[in-house]
Design a protein around this ligand. Structure first.
Ligand code: FAD
Length: 392
């Protein structure tokens, strides 16, 4: 390793760390920036274990604008992120998101739809007949309709992450393999970090991008971050009946969601109240067989014959305050910034959050004001009021 004194140290090189590094270096390529990642293969990072979905269908203005920015970035991504003639292919596919709506959720969904349209999003209200017209395998009985976002879709999370890492490196960021043990602080100011190897790195600014492990790092500076790691499971299914074209990410009001994956498999998941809290990665086929499959087969009767091919578990970093992220400087520790608590929607938020954090750190005016996510609300015990129907 070279220089031990940095301007900024980022802990964690998942999508948040990598995007923040990229935007910092893009704004100022003279910065001495270290990004510390304990596992550059990303075996357990949420970024690489995600469902890869990008959607404008949120109920909070800022969450919608964040995804609108991601869609804008993806339009010219290959050109903008080129390094030495290599143009990254992030496999962006607009397969759409379809949220099924029942009577109970209709008012909130229609309100969300109105907000999305007001902000210029491409989202449509579909009555049940339109749903069947587009997706004949679906049985929308019991639903009043659905909202369909043709611009929603998927990207390849690993390709996206690698593109940001590679570009940030090309601009001068140093990516270091190592595990941060603790933050160093003195008189209300961050001073750097200590690694488990014993090495000490100094910087007046440390950014916590440690994903589901963020509360562990925060604790080393005496900060109690209201974020918990919650295990979520995803199952890959080979159905006997194959849909003719791709199925959108389809979300039932119960929280069950599924979509087609390349190679005609179906990916499916559901966030459940009894999901394990902790650093647990053991997925459970019984959960699919006994609970999720019957629910799926009711909505898609043709899927009553299928094979469970594999599954995986990843962690949501869940804010127990309001299920929304904490982005910004901690008011009681100068130089300590965070981008934590993204639950199940952080992958698509990387570009906007990385840009915003870089602007905060460099003292530049924010292009998109995300101060609503300020960690000050933890101290004030002031949750963001977003309709729960809008979050998955
Ligand atoms: C099953 C599942 C499905 C999801 N689906 C979607 C989706 O469809 N769309 C969407 O937008 N989002 C989705 N998400 C959420 C999204 O994946 C996360 O919000 C996002 O990836 C968080 O990125 P991150 O950089 O904060 O965390 P991570 O990707 O987890 O990165 C954190 C990194 O920090 C490193 N680290 C931690 N502690 C230390 C330390 N002390 N020292 C050094 N390194 C450390 C870790 O090794 C890790 O690589 C999903 C998540 C899961 C689990």
């Amino acid at each position: 390793m070279g220089k031990k004194d940095y301007d900024v140290i980022i802990v964690g090189a998942g999508i948040m760390g990598a995007c923040t590094a990229y935007y910092l270096m893009k704004a100022n390529d003279k910065l001495h920036l270290a990004v510390i990642e304990r596992d550059p293969t990303y075996t357990r990072a949420s970024t690489t274990l995600s469902m890869a979905n990008v959607r404008v269908q949120f109920g909070l203005k800022e969450n919608i604008q964040i995804s609108q920015y991601a869609l804008q970035v993806f339009e010219t991504f290959a050109e903008d992120m080129e390094v030495d003639g290599d143009k990254p292919d992030i496999g962006h596919q607009k397969i759409g998101n379809l949220f099924l709506v029942n009577e109970e959720g209709e008012e909130v969904r229609r309100k969300n739809l109105a907000l999305q349209l007001e902000l210029g999003c491409n989202v449509e209200w579909w009555p049940p007949e339109t749903i069947v017209e587009h997706y004949p395998l679906y049985n929308p009985e019991g639903y009043v309709g659905g909202t369909f976002g043709p611009d929603d879709g998927i990207i390849d999370p690993y390709a996206l992450l690698m593109a940001y890492v590679k570009k940030a490196k090309s601009l001068g960021a140093q990516f270091i393999k190592g595990e941060v043990k603790a933050m160093k602080t003195k008189a209300g100011q961050v001073e750097g970090v200590v690694l488990f190897s014993g090495e000490q790195l100094s910087a007046p600014i440390v950014v916590n991008c440690a994903g589901a492990w963020a509360p562990e790092l925060a604790r080393t500076a005496g900060i109690d971050l209201p974020v918990i790691p919650v295990m979520r499971q995803v199952f890959a299914l080979d159905t006997a009946d194959k849909p003719e074209g791709p199925l959108p990410l389809t979300i039932l009001p119960s929280g069950l969601y599924f979509r087609t994956e390349t190679g005609s498999l179906i990916l499916l998941g559901k966030s459940m109240q009894d999901d394990t809290v902790g650093y647990d990665f053991k997925w459970d086929d019984k959960r699919f067989m006994e609970i999720l499959w019957p629910e799926l087969a009711e909505f898609v009767p043709a899927f009553d014959t299928l094979k469970l091919v594999r599954g995986w578990a990843g962690l949501y970093a869940v804010s127990t305050l309001d299920e929304n992220a904490f982005i910004g400087e901690w008011p009681e520790l100068k130089g300590y910034f965070m981008a934590n608590g993204f639950s199940g929607h952080g992958l698509q938020q990387g570009p906007a959050v990385g840009r915003y954090l870089s602007q905060l750190i460099l003292g530049l005016p924010p292009t998109l004001d995300l101060s609503i996510f300020s960690p000050q609300r933890i101290l004030d015990n002031r949750p963001i009021a977003e309709d729960v129907w809008a979050i998955v």
